[in-house]
Design a binder for this molecule. Structure first.
Ligand code: ZN
Length: 180
């Protein structure tokens, strides 16, 4: 897992071409990494690849939320076409920001155009939790992270923690690749 401070997390990612080498293996590896780190979403820049690809795994929540059984999705070259008008606030975390959890306000619905793992195009509305995860992961493709959505006071309070993190001082239960 690439951790805050790694330049790849701040790059605008590039489109994935259909002939991208070993795309299937890459997606499988990302699902495996996500399972091991017990997250719900993972974007390619978080594994060091500035490509417009992210995955979502809500199956791990299906014990409490049976509607998420088998919810494994791949988004290639996604675009958020439209945002709903309503917003909500919810505590987010990020595998690239271990130990940081903050409330983030986001629209509750999004219309997304994307290609799946077979390069088939979809245009779909997502609501509530899936909509939030998708917006969080989409941000990664734009070189953004959830801390960018915080107000100046919260940002100030996190400053020293983030500085330490970018120097490799943090704790995480999964394999990490800090900048130093
Ligand atoms: Zn994240």
């Amino acid at each position: 897992m690439y951790i805050f401070g790694q330049p790849v997390l701040r790059k605008v990612a590039e489109e994935v071409e259909e002939d991208f080498p070993q795309l299937k293996e890459l997606i499988e590896n990302m699902f495996e990494t996500l399972r091991r780190s017990e997250g719900v979403g993972l974007a390619a820049p978080q594994v060091g690849l500035a490509k417009r690809l992210f995955i979502v795994d809500l199956d791990c929540l299906s014990e409490d939320r049976p509607e998420y059984k088998g919810y494994l999705k791949t988004f290639i070259n996604p675009e958020i076409v439209e945002f709903g008008k309503e917003t909500s606030s919810y505590e987010e975390g990020c595998l690239s920001l271990p130990g940081i959890h903050e409330n983030v306000k986001r629209p509750t619905r999004v219309l997304v155009n994307y290609l799946d793992e077979n390069f088939e195009e979809h245009e779909e509305w997502f609501d509530d939790f899936p909509a939030r995860v998708i917006q969080h992961e989409y941000d990664h493709l734009e070189g953004k992270m959830f801390i960018d959505h915080l107000g100046p006071l919260r940002k100030q309070m996190l400053k020293s923690k983030l500085q330490a993190m970018s120097k490799g001082k943090f704790e995480a239960s999964y394999k990490c690749k800090p900048n130093r």
